[in-house]
Design a protein around this ligand. Structure first.
Ligand code: GTP
Ligand code: MG
Length: 447
């Protein structure tokens, strides 16, 4: 693909501050000329050249390395030059100034990656993965961002799109040739295939949701009757005395939040007021907050001491039915019970003792399991953004509708077209300019 930009951009690509090495990056048609002027030497494509960099008067700025990557085989797809200098702010500022004197202009945030996208070197999901990889705060997050950057996520989206296009072609063919004897929809099992694709999208939503948890962390709310040991459990998980623990039921009123890393995955815990049908005004406000927090949770840890309140159980079922839940039976030490998994009608619970810490590791395992750790180190978790999840959900909705339109073929074709367009927004093959602007503005300069 031909480079598209007429102007040449330059930026300091390394983080601000002092370091052994700092990089100034230049991209655009004048890059190679700028490199030779600054270095006073001939640059050889993809060869490291040691040179003295000097200003317009010939006074030295630094001695360093210059590497030229002629387009299209470069990060942006244009001619790119990287100067590796000593990493001091004065040197780097002087180098940038020199590049600007020679005709470059200062790059905007994210502009290098934006050019890579515009020149077809990366699709939109990959470009976003660049930012996610740089921003990753854990190894697991970095790994899944890298998978997206390498195109795993985009390939899955593209494959889905191709299948939806193929289905739409079939459906439209049946519209264009209604007099043909064969019933295209049944012959090619079109509705069944739509359902299959819908299920693939659902699976992708699940995997992408796990990626989001990796990046943003899982919101976990500790919920249960008063005095069952929710605050003790938070303290045991944190290995620190975060929340007040007393034998008085109704100790916790406000929400108590603590973020804890478990095997590289961030969990944001919220300890809450015990739920009961009593209490003063303060406690009742606390209980309202507890319920609100629980409704917004990714995961609820339902703590009990074995004497479940029936009304609370009913509320959990009615109001939080969609939120994954881990059941904890605390105070195993009081009952002389062994810690571990117990069968419960309709599920399982873990017997633990928050006081002695016995069994807390099992809860940690269960938490990791619940956010899909099994997949975290292997294949299949993508560093998706909420933008991607939203597009996938809308795609799935259109496929849900399409699957019901067996007898209204025009509408069926339309729904397939919408579903495919939603997928296109993820990789950017069909996207509004303002969407692009938002995405690249979140980048830092020099990227
Ligand atoms: N023996 C025993 N006591 C426990 C255990 N966990 C908590 N406790 C005790 O139970 C009492 C209540 O503990 P908290 O952690 O304050 O309970 P809570 O669920 O936060 O209570 P509220 O904030 O009032 O809703 C305290 O006296 C704790 O020491 C346990 O595993 N074993
Ligand atoms: Mg408490």
């Amino acid at each position: 693909m031909e480079p598209r930009s007429a102007d040449t951009i330059a930026a300091i690509a390394t983080a601000p501050g002092r370091g052994a090495v700092g990089v100034v990056r230049v991209s655009g048609p004048q890059s190679l000329l700028i490199a030779e002027s600054v270095a006073g030497a001939t640059v050889v494509p993809r060869r490291v050249v040691l040179a003295r960099f000097s200003d317009s008067d010939g006074a030295p700025i630094d001695r360093g390395l210059v590497i030229a990557f002629p387009g299209p085989n470069s990060y942006t797809g244009e001619d790119v030059v990287e100067f590796q200098c000593h990493g001091g702010p004065v040197v780097l500022a002087a180098m940038l100034e020199r590049c600007i004197e020679l005709g470059a202009r200062a790059a905007r945030a994210g502009e290098f990656t934006e050019r890579a996208f515009l020149n077809g070197k990366l699709d939109l999901a990959q470009a976003e993965a660049v930012a996610d990889l740089i921003d990753a705060s854990t190894r697991a997050a970095a790994r899944s961002a890298l998978r997206s950057l390498e195109g795993d996520f985009s390939r899955r989206i593209d494959t889905l799109r191709e299948r939806l296009v193929a289905l739409r072609v079939l459906v439209e063919a049946s519209l264009d040739f209604p007099e043909e004897d064969i019933d295209v929809l049944s012959t090619y099992r079109v509705v069944e295939q739509i359902v299959e694709q819908r299920d693939s999208v659902a699976e992708l939503i699940r995997q992408a949701g796990q990626g989001r948890l990796l990046r943003d962390g899982a919101r976990v709310v500790l919920l249960g009757e008063p005095n069952v040991g929710k605050s003790s459990l938070l303290n045991a998980l944190a290995g620190d005395s975060i929340a007040i623990v007393t034998a008085v039921p109704g100790t916790t009123r406000d929400l108590v939040r603590e973020s804890i890393m478990i095997s590289d995955v961030p969990f944001h815990f919220t300890d809450t007021a015990g739920l009961r049908d009593a209490g003063d005004e303060v406690e009742r406000i606390g209980m309202d907050r507890a319920r609100t927090a629980a409704r917004q949770a990714d995961l609820v840890v339902r703590v009990s001491d074995g004497r479940d309140d029936a009304a609370l159980n009913q509320w959990l079922k009615d109001d939080l039915g969609d939120i994954p839940m881990i059941r904890i039976r605390n105070k195993a030490d009081l009952r002389d019970e062994r810690v571990g998994w117990l069968a419960l009608n309709g599920g399982r619970e873990i017997a633990i003792s928050a006081k002695t810490g016995a069994g807390v590791d099992l809860l940690k395992e269960a938490l990791l399991e619940a956010v899909g750790r099994s997949g975290l180190h292997g294949e299949g978790v993508f560093m998706a953004r909420s933008r991607h999840l939203e597009a996938l959900r809308r795609c799935k909705e259109h496929l849900d509708v399409a699957a019901t339109l067996r007898d209204e073929v025009e509408f069926l074709a339309e729904e397939l077209r919408y579903a495919e367009a939603r997928l296109g927004e993820i990789t950017g093959s069909r996207t509004a300019d303002d969407l692009l602007g938002d995405i690249f503005r979140s980048f830092c300069i020099g990227k």
